[in-house]
Design a binder for this molecule. Structure first.
Ligand SMILES: *Cc1c(COP(=O)(O)O)cnc(C)c1O
Length: 419
C-alpha cells in the first residue's frame, strides 16, 4: 500500500460510506482512473473489475463512443429544466426506449436514480387507481427482493434483509409473499392476489434474478404466472429491470424471456453505461390514459430537479448505440459459458453451498457467510475487484470483458476459496 494522495487524507474523515460500519470498516481504496475493465488506484495498482461498478458499467469504463457523445453534449448544454421545456437527448432516449420495450410500454418518465424510478412507478400505480375512484394503498412484494433504499422502496424490499431490517415498524405496510416457482404456487398466488385485490395497486418484482437479495434466480414462467394473476385480479404489474436490463441475463430485457408486457418497467444502472446517474420508469399507454384528463388533480405530481438530465441522456443514447451496434446477446452467451466452466470447480471447495450462473452473472454461495469479510482484501491482492456480500461471492463483469481478463476473475475466486 503506497502513500495516500492529499485529497484522500484531507477528505476521508468527512465522507459517509454506503452500507458501511464506519468504525470497523477497512478504509476505502483511492481510485485515480478507470479504463476499459480496469480500475487504477492512486498508488498505481490496477484492478480488473468483476462488479462493473454496481452492475452499471456494461461497456467497461471510458468507452470512447460514450465519452465523445458526452463531450459533444457538454459543449452545447449540460442540462436545462424539464418543466415546460424539453431537450433533444431526452426525447430521443424516450422514443428509443418506447421502441425497444414490448407492447404499448411507451410513456417514459426519466429520473436520476433507480430508487426514484421505482418510487415513480409505485406512485403511478397508486394514482392510477385513485384516478379511477379506487383507494388502493398496498403493494405485493416478494421475499429476497430489492428495489432501492428510499423509504417507499424499502417497504417493498425483503423486510428480513439485513439492509433495511431495522425499519420494519415504520415502513408502509405491504403484502409480502414468496415468488411462485411451481404451477401449484402460482395457483395459490393468484388466489391470494384476488382475495386482496381491493387493497392492492400493484405487484412488484425483479425479473429472473433477485440481485441485491443474494443473486437468486427464477424461471421465466414465474413472470408469466405473475402477469396472469395480475390480469385476473385487475392489479398492475411493475417489473424492476434496473439490474437485469440491457443484456445482463442474456436478452435485452429479462422480461423478453417471458414474453410478457408489464404495466411499468424501471430501468437504470446499465442504461447510461454506468457513466451518469439516470433512470427511467416506462408505463403502458393505459396507465398514461388514466392520468390524461381535463381535471388537473389527475396529473402525475412528480418532477425531480435533474429529471431528463441532458448530459445523462446523451450518455444513455450512446450506451444504447453500443447495445445496438454490437451483438451483446452473443457476448453474454460467451461469458455465461466461461463462467459455468471456470466457476464449476468451486462446487468442490469446502464451505460452498452452490455455484450458479445466469447470463453474465456468476455466483458462488457459501455455507457460512462469516468468513466473507476477511476475503475482500484477498481479491485486491490478486489484482481484481470483487465484493462478496451476504453469503455470496459473485461476478457481474462488464459485458465487453475478454476471455483472459474474465479468467483472471474466475481464477481469483477459485484461488481465494481454495477450489
Ligand atoms: C440498484 C437497484 C435499485 C436501486 O437503484 P439506485 O440507483 O441504487 O437507487 C432498484 N432496483 C434494483 C433491482 C436494483 O438492482
Amino acid at each position: 500500500m503506497g502513500e495516500h494522495p492529499h485529497w484522500y487524507t484531507e477528505g476521508v474523515s468527512h465522507i459517509w460510506l454506503p452500507y458501511t460500519q464506519m468504525k470497523t470498516a477497512t478504509p476505502p481504496l483511492p481510485v485515480k482512473a478507470t479504463d476499459g475493465v480496469r480500475i487504477t488506484l492512486s498508488d498505481g495498482r490496477e484492478l480488473i473489475d468483476g462488479i462493473s461498478s454496481w452492475w452499471a458499467a456494461a461497456h467497461g469504463y471510458n468507452h470512447p463512443h460514450i465519452m465523445q457523445a458526452m463531450k459533444a453534449q457538454l459543449e452545447v448544454m449540460p442540462h436545462v429544466m424539464f418543466g415546460g421545456m424539453v431537450n433533444e437527448p431526452a426525447l430521443r432516449l424516450s422514443k428509443r426506449l418506447a421502441d425497444m420495450l414490448p407492447g404499448d410500454l411507451n410513456r417514459v418518465f426519466i429520473a436520476e436514480s433507480g430508487s426514484v424510478s421505482v418510487e415513480v412507478a409505485m406512485k403511478m400505480a397508486l394514482q392510477y387507481f385513485f384516478n379511477r375512484g379506487e383507494k388502493r394503498s398496498k403493494f405485493v412484494h416478494f421475499r429476497g427482493t430489492y428495489h432501492g433504499d428510499t423509504l417507499g422502496t424499502m417497504a417493498v424490499c425483503d423486510p428480513e434483509e439485513g439492509m433495511h431490517g431495522l425499519f420494519g415498524d415504520v415502513l408502509a405496510k405491504n403484502l409480502l409473499t414468496d415468488l411462485p416457482r411451481t404451477r401449484q404456487d402460482a395457483e395459490k398466488f393468484a388466489a391470494f392476489l384476488k382475495k386482496n385485490a381491493a387493497d392492492v395497486a400493484a405487484v412488484i418484482t425483479e425479473p429472473l434474478v433477485q440481485g441485491a437479495g443474494g443473486m437468486v434466480f427464477h424461471q421465466a414462467e414465474t413472470l408469466r404466472w405473475l402477469r396472469e394473476a395480475c390480469d385476473a385480479a385487475d392489479v398492475l404489474l411493475i417489473v424492476d429491470e434496473i439490474f437485469t436490463g440491457f443484456y445482463r441475463t442474456g436478452t435485452r430485457f429479462a422480461t423478453d424471456q417471458a414474453g410478457i408486457v408489464p404495466d411499468m418497467v424501471t430501468l437504470s444502472k446499465a442504461l447510461s453505461g454506468g457513466v451518469s446517474p439516470l433512470s427511467a420508469c416506462v408505463a403502458r399507454a393505459e396507465i398514461f390514459e388514466a392520468f390524461y384528463d381535463d381535471d388537473p388533480s389527475k396529473a402525475l405530481m412528480h418532477g425531480p430537479t435533474y429529471m431528463a438530465h441532458a448530459l445523462g441522456c446523451a450518455a444513455a443514447n450512446a450506451s444504447l448505440d453500443l447495445f445496438e451496434q454490437d451483438d451483446y446477446a452473443a457476448k453474454v452467451h460467451a461469458i455465461e459459458g466461461q463462467l459455468m466452466a471456470e466457476l464449476a470447480p468451486c462446487g468442490f471447495a469446502g464451505n460452498v453451498k452452490s455455484v450458479r450462473v445466469k447470463g453474465a452473472i456468476g455466483v458462488v454461495q457459501l455455507d457460512d457467510a462469516r468468513e466473507l469479510e476477511a476475503l475482500k482484501p484477498k481479491f485486491v491482492e490478486r489484482g481484481v475487484w470483487i465484493r462478496p456480500f451476504r453469503d455470496i461471492v459473485y461476478l457481474t463483469p462488464p459485458l465487453v470483458i475478454d476471455k483472459d481478463d474474465l479468467s483472471v476473475l474466475t481464477g481469483a475466486i477459485r484461488d481465494v476459496l481454495g477450489a
